[in-house]
Design a protein around this ligand. Structure first.
Ligand SMILES: [Zn+2]
Length: 166
């Protein structure tokens, strides 16, 4: 299984205390002044984009509706369209920022399917590079992650601002 990313810092997420309530709702309900602190990258009409705090790779982000909904069939057409539009934009921004050579895009529905936040639907966008599985296993260090998240946030925010996303 050489194509599976080895991300030991995620262990903190898997074994750690889960915060009460829905983390996705908490982040977007906090004031916009805290967006950088919360790694919330962009607020659109129906959905928002935030960095994954326990990334599978550099630049791993998530697109979620504001609405606390766990099932795809419960989202209206406007929200679905915006989720996909934001996915498209996120892919373009990540290409610009990091020149990945591939992406994993995915929605995990239900705990059994691996959803960390099972009740609040979100699309994962994970950029991939040739050899990233080896690279990450060498560089993995939990202390590096917060700095990596800050740098990723600033880089992507700059692109979003430059392109004037609404
Ligand atoms: Zn929620």
């Amino acid at each position: 299984m050489t194509d599976v990313l080895w991300t030991p810092w995620r262990l903190g997420y898997i074994v750690g205390e889960k915060p009460a309530g829905c983390i996705l709702c908490q982040k977007h309900q906090e004031p916009a002044e805290k967006d950088r602190h919360n790694y919330l990258l962009h607020r659109a009409q129906c959905c928002f984009i935030m960095l994954n705090l326990y990334p599978y790779n550099n630049g791993h982000l998530m697109i979620a509706p504001y609405e606390h909904v766990g099932e795809l069939e419960m989202l209206n057409a406007e929200t679905l369209t915006e989720m996909m539009r934001l996915t498209q934009r996120a892919v373009a921004a990540l290409k610009k920022a990091y020149s990945p050579v591939g992406f994993n895009l995915g929605i995990n529905i239900g705990h059994v399917a691996g959803a960390g936040v099972a009740d609040h639907l979100h699309i994962h966008v994970v950029p991939r590079w040739a050899g990233d599985t080896n690279f990450m296993s060498v560089l993995a260090d939990t202390r590096l992650i917060p700095e990596a998240l800050d740098a990723t946030y600033d880089k992507l925010r700059a692109i979003i601002k430059e392109e004037g996303w609404t």
